[in-house]
Design a protein around this ligand. Structure first.
Ligand code: UDP
Length: 381
């Protein structure tokens, strides 16, 4: 029997890996082992609960005020004995966090084949997003299996010289996750509070936006809400103390803006689905909003998720006052512009990404069509 070890540590990784854990656990040919690093501690637990995933190992690397040095070295040190004990046939990591990078490096040192879920995203600017662009590129160097969410991501890898036989276009597992979390009969106090208004959902936490850009973005948002009595905004504020202070200072004390604690993933997905628009600098939220068809302004200068822009659901709004204001005003005041974004198609797949990944790792499940690499004839999801 094959042993597959999944390692993840942050909230966004957990959202996209838990559906894969469940898919792999449903396959009799594999022994599925889950190790969390604890890079995010309190943010991770609600996601694990939502998907009923219980980790076999917890590396507990979370420290107050921890640096990238701390996370990288602790993951390397603490994963080593787990790898020696579990001796996995494949180590699966996801995306582009410090956990992803350090775990893939540990697998490489132990000569365990690494599988990279959500491979091939690129901005080709190592500073933006920081350190994620480095993380995902470094993981590509040591990976045996590259599970690209889109054809465009696969093309990036092929252009970089990755062997086509190792690249698989699967769709994004976030679409699979939404199938578990989104509910028709969903109720929440935030939605009751926002009833009859246009609800703007905000997430912002990027390291490179801290300081000036974040203050400018928040100022514009406050003014936009101020000027439109039918608009309300809700912001589940990230745990980072610097983000909390900036949010409180710029957005606190407004009767139509609510600063709340991070939401449980089920709540977040369902509130997003009912929102009028999303303002975000997050990575995963861009895909979720695209998938749910909710118009979204991305408060970044570059994105590694061009598919959502091409599909029309996302627009880059930059991080400075002038561009964010222009884009936000347009979306709130021009129904035609809003309508065009709200009708866009989902570029991230059909919710079968986990099945495709499991097929590659376990051998085909039901049909012989799945599990083909870019080196073979391939049907896109
Ligand atoms: N998320 C959540 N609760 C919140 C805000 C976000 O569960 O209050 C989820 C969201 O659905 C997405 C992930 O967290 O799946 C995004 O995480 P984050 O923005 O921290 O990271 P990024 O995607 O930018 O790496």
């Amino acid at each position: 029997m094959k042993t597959i070890l999944l390692v993840f540590g942050t909230r966004p990784e957990a959202v996209k890996m838990c559906p894969l854990v469940r898919e792999l656990k449903s396959r009799e040919q594999v022994d599925t082992v889950v190790c969390v690093t604890g890079q995010h501690d309190e943010l991770l637990a609600p996601v694990l609960r939502a998907f009923s995933v219980t980790p076999d190992y917890d590396l507990g690397v979370m420290r107050p005020e921890q640096s990238l040095f701390d996370v990288t070295t602790l993951v390397l040190q603490r994963l080593r004995p787990v790898l020696e004990k579990v001796r996995p046939d494949v180590l699966l990591v996801h995306g582009d966090t410090t956990t992803t990078f350090a775990a893939a490096l540990a697998g490489y040192y132990e000569r365990v084949p690494v599988g990279h879920v959500e491979a091939g995203l690129r901005t080709y600017d190592a500073q933006r997003p920081f350190p994620e662009e480095f993380d995902r590129r470094a993981v590509s160097i040591v990976s045996r299996y590259h599970f690209a969410p889109t054809r465009q991501a696969a093309q990036n890898l092929l252009r970089e010289g990755v062997d086509p036989a190792r690249v698989f276009v699967t769709g994004n597992t976030v679409v699979d996750a939404l199938r578990t979390t989104v509910r028709e009969d969903f109720r929440h106090p935030v939605l009751d509070w926002a009833a009859g208004s246009r609800l703007v959902l905000i997430t912002a936490h990027r390291r490179e936006n801290l300081g000036g850009p974040m203050r400018e973005m928040f100022r514009v948002i406050r003014q936009a809400v101020d000027r439109r009595p039918d608009v309300k905004a809700v912001y589940p504020v990230h745990m980072n103390p610097a983000v909390r202070a900036a949010a409180e200072e710029a957005l606190g004390g407004h009767e139509r803006i609510r600063l709340i604690e991070p939401l449980d993933v089920v709540d977040f997905h369902n509130i997003m689905r009912r929102s009028y628009l999303v303002l975000t600098d997050s990575g995963g939220v861009q895909e979720e909003a695209s998938s749910l068809g909710v118009p979204t302004l991305v408060m970044r200068d570059v994105t590694e998720r061009p598919e959502g822009i091409a599909a029309g659901t996302l627009r880059l709004a930059g991080t400075r006052e002038q561009t964010v204001r222009r884009e936000l005003d347009r979306l709130l005041d021009d129904p035609a512009a809003y309508g065009a974004m709200a009708r866009a198609e989902d570029p991230y797949g059909d919710g079968q990404a986990c099945r495709r990944i499991a097929d590659v790792l376990c051998g085909p499940h039901e049909s012989g069509e799945e599990g083909r690499s870019c080196g073979e004839h391939h049907r896109d999801p």
